[in-house]
Design a protein around this ligand. Structure first.
Ligand code: DX5
Ligand code: ZN
Length: 222
């Protein structure tokens, strides 16, 4: 059953020369979240934006700012992003030997905590932390770029995470966010598998009317 979900347009696919326009499109479309992809050209072969951009976006939007850190040494960027106004800070399990210390650091800032996993990483790597976080971010593409194709086996991984959350009675407290290759044609499959939040970058900002596209996503569950 697909109930109400949250769409998190990724500004990675927006026009970086005019992010105000991307925010306006998200407002007009009624998106719940703004997904900010942070890349350091170390953890992934790409370099994007950091805390100064979140700081400039913060006063311009009331939307929930969802920061996805695809970086090594994530602990070094937690406080700067929290100070900049991030509502949720997600790190990658593959980027640290001490996930609990990163989780505790994020919690100490008052931001919500997300843990993310790359497509080829076994789910067993993050299972011990489900009861410590607010969100699990399932990568359905290899992180680093927008516009890639959805990796089909991700659907089974989402189902498996949902089942584990249900077994631990965490399903009402811990959200599942799915990130990468989400389009209007596969969104329902992903939601039916158990996703609560969908990230959509190129599917939204790669269209002539991002606001209308956002509305189309929400119509999928009406
Ligand atoms: C990839 C990013 C994703 C990406 C989504 O590393 O984490 O958020 O921007 O873009 P699409 O929706 O185009 O796959
Ligand atoms: Zn992302």
């Amino acid at each position: 059953m697909t109930s109400e979900f949250k769409l998190a347009p990724s500004i990675l696919s927006a026009d970086f020369s005019n992010l105000q326009s991307a925010l306006s499109q998200c407002d007009a479309g009624g998106a719940h979240w703004i997904h900010v992809d942070v890349m350091d050209n170390q953890f992934v072969p790409n370099l994007t934006i950091g805390p100064p951009v979140v700081k400039s976006l913060r006063p311009k939007t009331n939307k929930f700012i969802d920061v996805h850190m695809m970086v090594i040494e994530p602990e070094k960027l937690v406080e700067p992003f929290a100070k900049a106004g991030a509502d949720l800070i997600t790190f990658h399990i593959e980027a640290t030997d001490n996930p609990l210390s990163v989780i505790d650091l994020i919690k100490s800032t008052g931001s919500q905590v997300g843990i993310s996993i790359k497509p080829s990483t076994p789910l067993s790597e993050i299972e011990p932390f489900y009861d410590q976080v607010d969100l699990v971010l399932v990568m359905s593409v290899e992180p680093g770029f927008g516009g890639q194709g959805y990796i089909k086996v991700s659907t089974g991984r989402i189902q498996e995470i949902k089942q584990k959350l249900n077994e631990q009675c965490l399903q009402d407290r811990v959200l599942i966010e799915v990130d990468g290759g989400i389009k209007l044609h596969n969104a329902k499959e992903v939601l039916d598998a158990g996703a609560d939040v969908l990230v959509a970058g190129s599917a939204v900002f790669g269209t002539d009317d991002p606001a209308e596209t956002i509305k189309e996503f929400y119509k999928l569950t009406q």
